[in-house]
Design a protein. Structure first.
Length: 275
């Protein structure tokens, strides 16, 4: 079993410009899930949506090609892929000759699927289609509007409360104040969070304090979102719950985990202004 401390994170590495799938570093999801009480039968489904902005290779004439990458890793895959290893892997295409964009997509999809231990979907957007990409913000009621006072900067699920005696609501709440930190390097990870639920009304002040409580927490993006999902599920007892985070990019990559326990379309992957 590989662990984060064995990954390239926080270490000096030799960069290669020739295709090297061995650079991808898988990390098992199970230990982190066990630590936050995720049962063996997952109480959610969804995906991790990765976007890569630094992908380039050579065509057969030696001319550089570029594309934007989106990879959708299913939440039930046994592994995540450590992000610095993903960056190094994409960098290894720089002086690699490929027949066309389809060959690049197929190769990346094959390698990511092997690392994740499940079928990963990969899409490459070529420069001619860049103009069609748009910015958007997460839909929902912004809880950041609330004037609160807090001094809690470590995750505290007791901050979450719901009015269990009141009629159930179908509500979407949003915050742009999510911050956590890399568990290996301590570098900050900034994000926006969308919570859609059906159930007793969630106390919005308590939810905002809870989101802010992640400010000094260390954890990978995927693990943070799953922790938030589990805490809301246990404390507020919604009948339906979906949690989606859009993290800002680091190393030319952004990671956007989505977890839900009811049927919803996959998020449209529109970039926010901070991404």
């Amino acid at each position: 079993m590989t662990t984060p401390d064995q990954s390239p994170l926080g270490k000096e590495v030799a960069y290669t410009e020739q295709y090297a799938p061995s650079l991808l570093f898988p990390i098992a999801r199970a230990p982190a899930r066990a630590a936050i009480g995720v049962p063996d039968v997952l109480p959610f489904f969804g995906a991790d949506i990765w976007n890569g902005y630094e992908l380039s290779w050579l065509n057969e004439k030696g001319k550089p090609q570029i594309a934007l990458l989106t990879a959708i890793v299913p939440a039930d895959s046994p592994n995540i892929v450590e992000s610095k290893s993903f960056k190094l892997y994409l960098g290894s295409f720089a002086q690699t000759k490929l027949a066309n964009v389809d060959a690049a997509r197929a190769l990346i999809q094959q390698d990511l699927s092997e690392a994740a231990g499940a079928a990963v979907q990969v899409r490459l957007v070529e420069p001619a289609a860049f103009v069609k990409l748009e910015l958007d913000e997460l839909d929902g009621l912004l809880v950041d509007r609330l004037d609160i006072e807090t001094d809690v900067y470590a995750p505290d699920a007791t901050l979450l409360k719901a009015a269990e005696g009141e009629p159930h609501v179908d509500e979407t709440l949003v915050s742009n104040l999510l911050k956590s930190n890399c568990p290996v390097t301590g570098q900050p990870d900034w994000g926006s969070l969308q919570i859609r639920y059906v159930g007793p009304p969630i106390d919005q002040e308590g939810l905002l304090k809870y989101v802010i409580s992640y400010r000094r927490h260390t954890g990978f993006h995927e693990q943070c979102v799953e922790g938030i999902f589990m805490d809301i599920l246990r404390q507020c007892k919604p009948s339906q719950l979906a949690v989606y985070a859009r993290y800002t990019r680091r190393g030319g990559l952004d990671i956007n985990p989505f977890r839900t326990n009811f049927t919803l379309p996959m998020p449209d992957n529109a970039r926010t202004a901070r991404q």
